[in-house]
Design a protein around this ligand. Structure first.
Ligand SMILES: CC(C)(COP(=O)(O)OP(=O)(O)OC[C@H]1O[C@@H](n2cnc3c(N)ncnc32)[C@H](O)[C@@H]1OP(=O)(O)O)[C@@H](O)C(=O)NCCC(=O)NCCS
Length: 155
């Protein structure tokens, strides 16, 4: 698939929210995404297909030497085609180039698709946050640790 990854802008938010609302029980609001767009540490990205249609997005942060992924979502009709992996790879490359020592994230233990994606890319489990989610579910903490050699296909 011919995909372009580029910075998210306010003009993307209708398409972003259309995916967000079908992806999570408690979706982020437009205001939440606007806050990301205005944050000096955040660099939200979108994936566009060959027709310019927004098919996924990712919201990462880089604070000094710590990267964090807050949200990654793909259009349900386009999942399983490598879009999520490409978005995470791009963020790993940006964080590595920006001086990060690791990139962390939280994920629901029940989210087997996302966990498979992260483990397949070299993320490891580093802990749990008890009752982190609104339904009382714990969060699994995962980290990708840079060891001087990129363990992913850097873009
Ligand atoms: C998680 C998510 C972003 C993955 O995006 P995607 O584009 O479907 O993922 P990819 O096609 O890049 O898959 C990459 C890897 O993830 C794993 N994976 C993805 N979907 C999977 C599925 N349905 N079943 C099992 N593994 C899956 C596989 O390891 C896959 O590697 P492979 O293609 O070599 O088999 C997507 O399912 C999504 O938007 N989910 C809803 C939002 C969400 O839960 N986000 C994560 C919050 S922590």
């Amino acid at each position: 698939m011919n995909l372009t990854i580029c910075p998210m802008t306010e003009a993307d938010l209708d398409a972003v929210l259309a995916i967000e609302t079908v992806s999570y029980p408690l979706p982020w609001s437009r205001t939440h995404f606007l806050d990301e767009l205005g944050s000096p540490h955040a660099f939200p990205l979108v994936a566009l297909d060959q027709d310019g249609k927004l098919v996924g997005y990712i919201c990462p942060m880089l604070v000094i030497d710590e990267g964090h992924i807050l949200n990654v979502s793909v259009d349900p009709a386009r999942r399983g085609k490598g879009i999520g992996r490409l978005l995470v790879e791009k963020v790993l490359a940006e964080c590595r180039d920006g001086g990060a020592e690791f990139v962390s994230l939280e994920v629901r233990p029940s989210n087997v698709d996302a966990i498979a994606l992260y483990k397949g890319m070299g993320f490891v489990e580093t802990g749990r946050r008890k009752r982190y989610y609104e339904n009382g579910e714990d969060a699994l903490l995962m980290e990708y640790i840079f060891d001087g050699e990129a363990g992913f296909d850097a873009i």
